[in-house]
Design a protein around this ligand. Structure first.
Ligand SMILES: Cc1ncc(COP(=O)(O)O)c(C=O)c1O
Length: 386
């Protein structure tokens, strides 16, 4: 086998992005302004949400969504530990306490059947994560949310372009937060977007994302009233027009980007289908459409003579860059210090973490490279499987 070098992630831009960014540079207005406004409009169209507010990151968006619901000290927020630390950090920024619920072994999303038992008098919200781009079970999650009057906030960092039973992500939860970090399904370099059908919520977010000012720099620049007030302890969480322009460029080819992700995932699924004694393939069941942000496989440990970390090293030797999504949040030293959880509290999450490997999946990947990754896995099964 001729060795290839396939990084875990690779990104390239086209004239679509260059044109928008250059246009912004030439316009002389690079901070929050017309490009950000247009991007908000495009995301509204794409997701079917009524309102949208662009922010400097997905983390900022989560913080703002929680803060705008007045969630804070003394409150509890139910979420999954199987996520990037940002989900949990955003809850902690507000002063609220994150309460973890174990995950479903197939979707790797929060287990809706385990939510009810974690609801207390202090619970104010559920923050879901659509891991890898696979939507959480919103029908099942709505039940405890309605019953206990909890806000449903979707950390949709992975799931722009996905839908849950035919409804686009962004039109389901009370608030949905996208990330446009560089590896995400579209990028603005750094950035994010909060969408909701609640005008009150999005207006509150708009207010808090720029210092709690009653008027933005862009409005004042357009002339008229120079006066403004600062009415809240707001944040500096706005998106620049440079970032917005990059996002607009990306959106002009979003269908193409998503189509490529879907076709690459289908190729992996087909090529790995006869290896399921050794690896479990990602779940993409139900009537939902996966956004294919990540392609996560799970080893069946009893069928391997080597462990997960060694398999990642062997794949790396063959030129295939892999990742682990995710190290459960309660395992990090900071969270061990401030939370009382033990790994044994989350049986499914622990088992999953020890077995998962994310293989390369991004629009720049070629089908030939997918075939190579699958051949590398097959070769390693031949060498180290039992
Ligand atoms: C599940 C999840 N939530 C939140 C975030 C945070 O997004 P951002 O990097 O835009 O702040 C990420 C980023 O990787 C993520 O994967």
């Amino acid at each position: 086998m001729k060795l290839l070098k396939i990084p875990f992630f690779r990104l390239s831009f086209t004239s679509a992005e260059r044109k928008e960014v250059l246009d912004t540079v030439n316009s002389g207005w690079v901070t929050t302004g017309p490009k950000v406004e247009r991007l908000e409009g495009e995301i509204r169209k794409l997701t079917g949400a009524k309102y949208a507010a662009a922010v400097s990151s997905g983390t900022a968006g989560l913080h703002l969504a929680l803060a705008s619901y007045n969630i804070g000290r003394g409150d509890e927020v139910i979420t999954t530990p199987y996520t990037m630390s940002a989900t949990v950090q955003a809850i902690l920024y507000t002063g609220a306490k994150p309460v973890f619920v174990d995950i479903d072994p197939h979707s790797l999303n929060i287990d809706p059947t385990a939510v009810e038992s974690k609801v207390s008098k202090k619970t104010r919200a559920i923050v879901t994560v659509d891991i890898a781009g696979c939507p959480a079970d919103y029908d099942a999650l709505r039940k405890p949310a309605r019953k206990h009057n909890l806000r449903l906030i979707d950390d949709a960092a992975h799931s722009l372009g996905a839908d849950f039973n035919g409804r686009p992500i962004g039109s389901i939860a009370d608030a949905t937060v996208f990330s446009f970090y560089s590896t995400k399904n579209i990028t603005t370099g750094e950035g994010g977007m909060v969408v909701s059908d609640s005008k009150t919520l999005i207006n509150r977010i708009r207010h808090l994302l720029l210092h709690g000012m009653t008027s933005s720099g862009y409005k004042r620049y357009q002339g008229g009233n120079w006066k403004y007030d600062v009415t809240d302890l707001g944040y500096k969480y706005n998106m620049s027009d440079l970032a917005g322009a990059l996002g607009l460029g990306q959106l002009t080819r979003f269908d193409k980007l998503q189509n490529k992700r879907r076709r690459l995932a289908a190729r992996y699924l087909k090529k790995l289908a006869n290896l399921t004694d050794y690896i479990e393939l990602p779940y993409c069941g139900g009537r939902s459409a996966h956004a294919w942000h990540l392609f996560i496989i799970k080893m069946h440990p009893r069928r391997w003579k080597i462990g997960r970390n060694r398999l990642i090293r062997e794949l790396d030797r063959l030129g295939v860059g892999c990742g682990v999504h995710f190290i459960p949040v309660y395992r990090f030293s900071y969270f061990r210090k401030i939370m009382k959880y033990k790994p044994s509290d989350f049986r499914v999450c622990e088992d999953t973490f020890k077995r998962v490997i994310s293989v390369p999946l991004y629009p720049d990947l070629t089908f030939h490279e997918v075939d190579y990754v699958c051949d590398a896995i097959r070769w390693l099964i031949y060498r180290h499987g039992r």
